[in-house]
Ligand binder design. Sequence first.
Ligand code: FMN
Length: 326
Amino acid sequence: MDCVRIGNVEVRGRLVLAPLADINKPSFRLLCKEKGAALVYTEMINAEGVVRGGSRSLDLARTLSAERPVSVQLFGSRAGTMSKAAAEIEKRADIIDINAGCYVHRVTKQGAGCALMKNPQGIGDIVREVVGAVKTPVTVKIRLGPSRKNRNYLEVAKIAESAGASAIALHARSGDTGFGGAADWSAIREIKEAVSVPVIGNGDVRTPQDCARMLEETGCDLVMIGRAALGNPHVFEQCSRFIESGELLPAQTASERMKDLRRLFELHEKYDRPSTHNDVVFMRQHAMMFTTGLEGGVVARTRLSNADDRNGILKEFSSLLSRTVR
Ligand SMILES: Cc1cc2nc3c(=O)[nH]c(=O)nc-3n(C[C@H](O)[C@H](O)[C@H](O)COP(=O)(O)O)c2cc1C
């Protein structure tokens, strides 16, 4: 099995679960790990919240030994706050990742996320200060640039590396495009050629073939998968099998999906410490995503949105069992 070193952390395998806000609870991360993700990220966590000791932020930074190595992602705009937050959560993290790629307004309006890319030296200052505050490796997740007119990924990647970053992840779109257009993988290759730390390629990997193609075309060390894992952690099994042996596993049947959903619920109950309300919201949300690609999924999603407990959710899901994934 391939092994990539991020600082002193060994990542055994080539697949990474992307940071996904509101999705990446410990249960989901563990399931993706069981399916073949070699490294998992938490969702982005507000550094200010961590420094204030906010219970929500600290809960989001809760990690489990079973999911290691795990990268805890922070967002913020001030080097001092980011480094304090990093020191606070260091014990829970194998890697601390700095979010310089989020395009959502509530994040960029505070100068955080992709807005950091408007000031490459500022990213250097944040990385330097965070690296100085912790022993764990520090990585940065960037986009192509803050806008299509300012694609400064090479400059930012080089500055981050000189400031001490142990890996660079690139979501190969600019901040102003959100999720529009196709990811430009050629930029991943350019970064790979420009820095000597590992590069994590990200954007539009949906299938095992995409995954193999990204590795081959860009030379990246690790492939990060986001949306394709929503409702389908099996994508990690398909991708890892394909890049290791060339075998193409079939899409899941509805009963295989249901087995994964049950496993997710089991891990959820064990590890997510849910409140009763969040519990149902979480289970419904994931059950709805798990119907994606299943025949009858549209009807099932409507019914699932009205189910109000675990048994109701599983009952609605099981109505899909006679059908198969398209
Ligand atoms: C629901 C959702 C939540 C996301 N949350 C985060 C986040 O917390 N931090 C981050 O850096 N990127 C976040 N992203 C972006 C993903 O990590 C990833 O860069 C993007 O989805 C592109 O990869 P993909 O084409 O494999 O989905 C999020 C994306 C989605 C769809």
